[in-house]
Write a new protein. Structure first.
Length: 251
């Protein structure tokens, strides 16, 4: 166990969306609990993680799906989801030492504007969530999921910007991960990682089966970056014929 809920860290229920990052030789875990984003610290990647002051990052209102991004200039940014008749992705500069956002920088990234982001297969308010941000050649890439996770059309797209605060331009060929591409329903809400050879991958959820949502299963797929000389931005897709099914996640 990475930490003990209630005793050493904030939260009693609804734990999800973890991210581990390193800052000054210490390991930090950001996660969601009780519909609040939280950050906790450990000297070892395996934990135990503890908070000195047991509280969420921002208790001004409910917020979930935290992702902390460090820019080249040393500044940190907290990408997360806030509620307003739906789920929307926001970003704010993050004061790592204080463990708080700089509220004056709080900015909504975008609204649902592409057809794939709201489909009728599961009725819900608009949902955009699960942010991950990487930076390549001075451009920021924000990966996100759209639709309710129970929707068979839960899927992944991305947007780009020249600033971590936006404005963001969505990729015209979104989504890049979807049941029509992967062959499995509910393909979404994951994270980007690179292996030892710096090959990029995306790890994500899928529905348990064609007729059952939970418990969801894990998939990993190689990403492909093709630099577009005309736009100066990478066009990103997946290698759909190389989807990895972890041994403990087979159907």
């Amino acid at each position: 166990m990475l930490f003990t809920p209630q005793k050493d860290n904030f939260g009693t229920k609804g734990f999800w969306a973890p991210q581990i990052l390193i800052n000054k030789k210490s390991y930090y875990l950001t996660y969601t609990a009780n519909e609040q984003t939280t950050i906790t610290q450990s000297d070892k990647i395996t934990g135990p993680y503890r908070q000195t002051d047991i509280k969420p990052i921002d208790n001004s209102e409910k917020n979930i799906d935290s992702y902390i991004f460090k820019d080249d200039n040393g500044k940190y940014y907290l990408y997360h989801v806030r509620f307003n008749h739906g789920n929307y992705i926001w970003v704010a500069e993050f004061d790592f030492k204080a463990g708080k956002i700089k509220s004056e920088t709080l900015t909504q990234c975008f609204k649902n504007t592409q057809d794939w982001e709201t489909t009728p297969n599961y009725k819900s308010d608009p949902v955009m969530e699960g942010p991950t941000v990487i930076k390549m050649k001075g451009v920021y890439y924000l990966f996100y999921s759209a639709n309710h996770y129970r929707n068979i059309d839960y899927a992944v797209g991305y947007a780009t910007a020249k600033s971590p605060l936006g404005p963001w331009t969505k990729y015209s060929e979104n989504p890049i991960i979807h049941r029509s591409i992967t062959g499995e329903n509910g393909a979404g809400h994951g994270d980007v990682f690179f292996d030892k050879k710096k090959n990029p991958y995306y790890v994500y959820h899928v529905h348990y089966s064609e007729n059952k949502v939970a418990p969801r299963r894990t998939r990993i797929v190689p990403l492909e970056f093709k630099f577009n000389k005309q736009t100066g931005i990478y066009d990103i897709s997946i290698q759909k014929d190389k989807i990895i099914i972890p041994k403990n996640a087979k159907n």
